[in-house]
Design a protein around this ligand. Structure first.
Ligand SMILES: [Zn+2]
Length: 65
């Protein structure tokens, strides 16, 4: 599988970070953010985004499988 990097800080992304980027931005983007840069982008915290990720998983969102 192709490795994706954060478009801001170039950190290697894990599956959840890619999925949450798609979920919160757009499914068509091929540019992804790490959780830290995503938190900055949405002016929120990493903790809140991690809770959102858990919510999406609990809801059975197919992006997170
Ligand atoms: Zn980043």
């Amino acid at each position: 599988m192709k490795k994706h990097k954060c478009r801001i800080c170039k950190a290697l992304l894990n599956k959840d970070e890619i999925a949450v980027s798609k979920k919160l931005l757009s499914r068509d983007i091929d540019k992804y953010f790490c959780i830290k840069c995503l938190a900055d982008y949405f002016e929120t915290t990493e903790e809140i985004l991690e809770e959102r990720i858990e919510d999406f998983k609990r809801d059975g969102c197919e992006l997170f499988i």
